[in-house]
Unconditional design. Structure first.
Length: 272
């Protein structure tokens, strides 16, 4: 295996340990950066920003099982399983070690990737995510109600508001690629929800050995920003940054600053 990945076709498939087909997308040249999307989203979550990393990294995304061009088995699903699926894709590409950037549920998956497979993670970036379990700070009841409405259009409006500030939406009218994979079957959508809700890495987080950067919008109501502080208290040596005024999708709303911070973190000298 090599640390440097090579570009793959636009549509390529790897096989998980249980035989599930996993679609992945590998673009650019150089050492790989794995980008992990949020709950019930495919690789298009990263469309707006992935090119920002190509000056220093190739980018590797995947459609998590249940989304995009990947198989959609009945389940059950778990974030640990999603992490093992990432390893299956790395193996298929012959990548021994990669940088990993996970946001939202992808950040939960990234935690387990660094916990279960530390030799595969060179540097770790966690965005708008939480340690899960009873120690996490959960979204408030009003947010939960807004996402549980029976009208799909109302849910989409609520989710858009949770993702982006009004000022940013006014300047960027969409379409937005962070609101979920519209073609997901109901069983897969529920599987992703249960997987994300079942995440609890509190006791394992101190075992993470990869240098870690934690990012969050300070107006995030979907995953409250107090979770940044909690994660930083558990991951040894973790660095943090809060983006003023940003909501859940800080990586788009604060694209220039967030992308710059991640690039600098990935290429800085003096640490592995």
């Amino acid at each position: 295996m090599t640390e440097t990945g090579r570009s793959a076709p636009a549509l390529a498939l790897a096989r998980a340990q249980d035989g599930t087909a996993l679609a992945y997308q590998h673009h650019g040249e150089g050492p790989p950066l794995v980008l992990l999307a949020g709950q019930a989203n495919d690789h298009h979550w990263w469309d707006g920003v992935r090119a920002d990393f190509h000056p220093v990294r190739s980018t590797l995304t995947l459609d998590a099982r249940g989304t995009g061009d990947s198989d959609k088995p009945e389940g059950p699903y778990s974030v640990q399983q999603f992490a093992d699926d990432v390893v299956a894709v790395l193996d298929a590409l012959g990548i021994a070690r990669a940088d990993v950037y996970g946001t939202s549920m992808g950040g939960r998956v990234a935690q387990w990737l660094a916990i279960r497979h530390p030799e595969r993670v060179r540097r770790l970036v966690l965005g708008c995510t939480s340690p899960g379990g009873p120690h996490a700070v959960e979204r408030d009841a009003a947010v939960r109600r807004s996402l549980a409405q029976p009208d799909p259009a109302a849910v989409r409006r609520a989710l858009t508001d949770l993702m982006y500030s009004p000022a940013w939406r006014a300047a960027h009218p969409g379409p937005y690629r962070t609101l979920g994979d519209p073609l997901m079957p109901p069983h897969a959508r529920r599987g992703h929800l249960l997987a994300s809700n079942g995440h609890d890495a509190w006791h394992e987080l101190p075992g993470i050995t990869a240098p870690t950067l934690i990012l969050h919008g300070d107006q995030d109501r979907l995953t409250p920003p107090d979770n940044l502080r909690l994660l930083a208290s558990r991951v040894p040596g973790a660095r943090t940054h809060l983006f003023p005024g940003a909501r859940h999708a800080y990586f788009e709303e604060c694209r220039a600053e967030a992308g710059g911070l991640v690039r600098e973190f990935l290429v800085e000298e003096g640490r592995p």
